[in-house]
Design a protein. Structure first.
Length: 379
């Protein structure tokens, strides 16, 4: 076993300088010297939310990561994502206003929303828009009676419907991956993976739109059964849960066709960029203040492990990030841009939490959706 080791203190110290010693003196970020691989982070177009109320919901992060061009549907989404704050703080006037404005936007901008969908899929939009209208009506009634339970449930359903509508808007894969990576599997879209663990099922969505090589490598390994029966060889509560180190001296996957270590480049898509950057951290590129496109904000974020000194040294080892906002604040965790996040856990967070406390084992892993988006390497 050749498990990658990472120093969280070193990563923080490089970014914070003198300030890091202050955090340690206050008892913050106290972690062992050999740390699990930091989770990559990709920051999508961030919705308007009140200051300090960063997006941590994995489904919301995935919605914002979709490569679409529809300002109209994004405005509706922004209002309903931001409704989270108004409901938690019981700002009924604000909640009422945002729900009303969302409903009006759907009606006034309906034609523009539909036009953003490729013509062959537009017939699928009407049922979704009608469902949104119905749910917003339910929300308008619930906010008048201050029915929080109904508001939370309806908001969730409406946002899921928006996600379905936005998925219809995706017009193929949005960019060309550099040809130098043609020898690696690539995911040209998304895939859903189900892990069966000793603590129960865990379901993740991996995002090839933001990290096609990293996600493609992962889906290929799942397809091969590479992770079946593997234990989590690093479990650190409130930080990471790591696996993917095979038995033997190698630290990653040896491709049976080439008999060589399959190395994956560090791959990070920055908000506003047309395609990912490769082979360097954002800090090295002088872009450390910019937001990568899937933020490192959510419990169960999926990140690629790599040797700290080798940006392109990742292979099969990966992490579930056990998000703890007080230790690694969303948007301020200092891991974004240093490691590659390529997906999120959408179900099974409790299982991850248990294994983060005591360790655990993957019984099996299976691609349950999206395998047709996997592009095999070119010979």
């Amino acid at each position: 076993m050749a498990r990658f080791q990472y120093s969280f203190q070193a990563a923080l110290a490089g970014l914070l300088g003198v300030g890091f010693s202050f955090f340690l003196s206050m008892g913050w970020f106290l972690v062992p010297s050999a740390q699990a691989a930091p989770i990559p982070s990709v920051a999508l177009p961030v919705a308007y939310l009140p200051p300090g109320d960063a997006i941590t919901d994995p489904n919301a992060l995935l919605r914002y990561a979709l490569p679409i061009d529809s300002p109209e549907i994004r405005k509706v989404q922004d209002k309903l994502e931001g409704l989270n704050y108004a409901l938690r703080t019981k700002q009924w006037g604000r909640a009422k206003r945002d729900i009303y404005q969302s409903s009006k936007l759907i009606h006034r901008k309906r034609a523009a929303i539909v036009e953003a969908i490729p013509e062959e899929r537009r017939s699928m939009a009407d049922p979704l828009l009608e469902k949104m209208d119905s749910q917003l009506e339910v929300m308008e009634k619930a906010v008048k009676t201050k029915d929080l339970e109904t508001l939370w449930a309806s908001r969730r359903v409406t946002l899921n419907t928006i996600g379905d509508l936005e998925y219809l808007m995706v017009k193929g894969f949005p960019y060309e991956v550099p040809t130098e990576y043609d020898n690696l599997p690539q995911l040209k879209g998304r895939a859903t993976i189900e892990f069966k663990t000793n603590e129960g099922p865990v379901i993740v969505v991996v995002d090839g739109y933001s990290a096609p090589i990293t996600a493609g490598n992962f889906v290929d390994l799942v397809k091969r059964g590479f992770y079946d029966g593997m234990t989590f060889d690093r479990a650190e509560e409130n930080y990471v849960l790591q696996t993917g180190d095979p038995d033997g001296p190698e630290a990653g996957f040896i491709d049976p066709k080439t008999q060589k270590y399959r190395a994956i480049p560090l791959e990070i898509l920055v908000e506003g960029d047309e395609k990912p950057t490769y082979g360097a951290t954002l800090e090295e590129l002088g872009r450390f203040l910019e937001k990568p496109v899937l933020p490192f904000n959510s419990f169960g974020a999926l990140a690629m492990a790599r040797p700290e000194s080798e940006p392109d040294g990742g292979s099969s080892q990966f992490f579930f990030f056990l998000f703890e906002p007080e230790l690694t604040p969303a948007g301020l965790n200092l891991l974004d841009g240093r490691y590659a996040v390529f997906g999120y856990t959408i179900e099974g967070q409790d299982a991850l939490d248990h294994m983060g406390r005591q360790g655990g084992k993957i019984i099996s892993a299976k691609v349950v959706n999206g395998l047709d988006n996997l592009v095999e390497p070119k010979v």
